[in-house]
Design a protein around this ligand. Structure first.
Ligand code: SAM
Ligand code: SF4
Ligand code: F3S
Length: 442
């Protein structure tokens, strides 16, 4: 079989990782990736269910595909990811253009599912939770990513059941991959050229395999000599354990930005959300981390307009943002999700939510602009990822994940270089290359 597959990915980094792994699998039955959807024989959408808009995008996208292929042979249309898991059979009924639906824990079955469909044209959905078989299978197929920075899923699923969130239903129960399986994949990624590994999990710091925790993994992975940076995301405040905090004192490669979503600054709302942490506990963790390593900075996610949020709750969120000084954050208006505990709660006025979102975003943006401005005229380490689209400059990231654009060349890709920052805006730092760092990393 010599077929072309177009993969479009929505949602979080785990979906990006999954899309790459799906490609590693379907390559085995002769699919080659294409960036030109018009020439695809197979159109795979890896979907996200986190907010209603994300789900609607999927049906919108299929409408687009239908139009593109109106006068051509219909491609095989596969829906993967969290909408596939949540809606399964429903998708096949709502949109007959879809051929196969495959949930995140069933990717190891994708080749059989495709081959079977080609043979007998039987539309099916595969949505069993079977994380063990999936990762066993994936560990036998090498992760082919050869980018300077690569994702590596170490944990999947969630047992926390925040009342607003679909993840426990779409990704299933918390599962930690075997320690050695992860080390093997990390070694392969570094041998293939990765200089940074971003460890992924819906609750990555809840990683727990036999006696091993996330702290053990970081300290083991950082022994790989050619690896320069380690990050992990997304953490839950309750799982920020003492051993993990301690790693920020001794690790040479763990980057000092922690994405630690708090969701709201109000204890009342956190309780209603079933977050199982309060603001004092969050701030205690913040203090401990800052005391361990004063260079650490924080980013967060916020849900605005959660049912029951009043002016005082909103002010509490504003006050928390001022206290912690998050350098980068995401904020969303609450979107009721089917099957979650908060699905049918009375919503607050949409206009009020919108106003609060605007207010919070302008405060978060001010923080971001100030943080970037404070770096102007400093020389910082940048891991170079690629060239800009017009190939005239290089693109990389600071230790805090901030995009940096500077006068680098192709030969800088995959290296840590020193860049003097001349200018900044909210999202990006602009600078000049000083020299290729020959700093030793342990
Ligand atoms: N596990 C992470 C945690 O506990 O913080 C969050 C993972 S979730 C994939 C990413 C973010 O989406 C959440 O932090 C939350 O802010 C947002 N989110 C989840 N459900 C949402 C909903 N129903 N409406 C709006 N935002 C939502
Ligand atoms: Fe969703 Fe809460 Fe689990 Fe995060 S901890 S994935 S927000 S249920
Ligand atoms: Fe979306 Fe699923 Fe990730 S719902 S945010 S793709 S875990």
């Amino acid at each position: 079989m010599n077929q072309k597959i177009f993969i479009k990915t929505f949602g979080c980094q785990m979906n990006e990782y999954d899309s790459n792994r799906i490609y590693d699998i379907v390559k085995k039955i002769g699919f080659l990736k294409t960036d030109r959807y018009e020439e695809a024989n197979c159109y795979l959408l890896n979907t996200c269910h986190i907010r209603d808009k994300a789900k609607e995008k999927v049906y919108h996208e299929i409408g687009r595909v239908k139009k593109i292929f109106r006068s051509k042979k219909k491609p095989l249309v596969i829906i993967a990811g969290c909408v596939a898991q949540a809606e399964n059979q429903e998708m096949l009924k709502r949109e007959p253009y879809i051929d196969l639906v495959i949930g995140p824990q069933s990717y190891h079955k994708i080749n059989n599912t495709i081959l079977n469909y080609i043979k007998i044209k039987n539309k099916i959905e595969e949505t069993e939770f079977d994380a063990v078989s999936k990762f066993d299978y994936l560990s036998r197929i090498k992760n082919r990513s050869s980018k300077a920075t690569s994702f590596l899923t170490i944990q999947e699923g969630c047992d926390k059941f925040c009342h607003f969130c679909v993840v426990p239903y779409t990704r299933g129960p918390e599962y930690s991959r075997p320690f050695n399986q992860i080390l093997d994949e990390a070694t392969h990624l570094v041998d293939s050229g990765a200089k940074e590994i971003i460890l992924l999990g819906q609750n990555v710091n809840a990683y727990n395999y036999k006696k091993y925790k996330l702290s053990n993994l970081i300290l083991e992975i950082e022994k790989l000599p050619n690896l320069k940076r380690i990050r992990y995301t997304t953490s839950h405040p309750n799982d920020m354990s003492a051993d993990l905090i301690e790693v920020y004192r001794c690790s040479k490669k763990l980057m000092p930005l922690i994405h630690l979503p708090v969701q709201s600054g109000s204890n009342k709302i956190l309780k209603l959300m079933n977050r199982k942490h309060n603001i004092n506990e969050y701030l205690r963790t913040f203090d401990k981390l800052k005391q361990t390593n004063p260079h650490i900075e924080f980013s967060s996610d916020f849900i605005i307009g959660y049912p029951g949020e009043d002016e005082q709750d909103f002010k509490d969120t504003i006050n928390l943002i001022k206290k912690v000084n998050f350098i980068n954050s995401y904020s969303f208006i609450f979107s009721p999700r089917p099957g979650t505990a908060a699905e049918n709660l009375a919503l607050i006025d949409k206009k009020i939510s919108m106003k609060r979102l605007e207010k919070i975003q302008s405060l978060l943006y001010e923080n971001q602009i100030r943080a970037n401005k404070s770096i102007e005229n400093q020389t910082i380490d940048v891991l170079v990822e690629n060239l800009t689209e017009d190939k005239t400059r290089a693109f990389g990231r600071s230790e805090y994940m901030t995009p940096v654009i500077f006068d680098g060349k192709e030969e800088n890709i995959g290296k840590i270089v020193q860049v003097k920052i001349k200018k900044s805006n909210r999202n990006t730092l602009f600078g000049e290359l000083i020299n290729v760092s020959n700093k030793k990393v342990a």
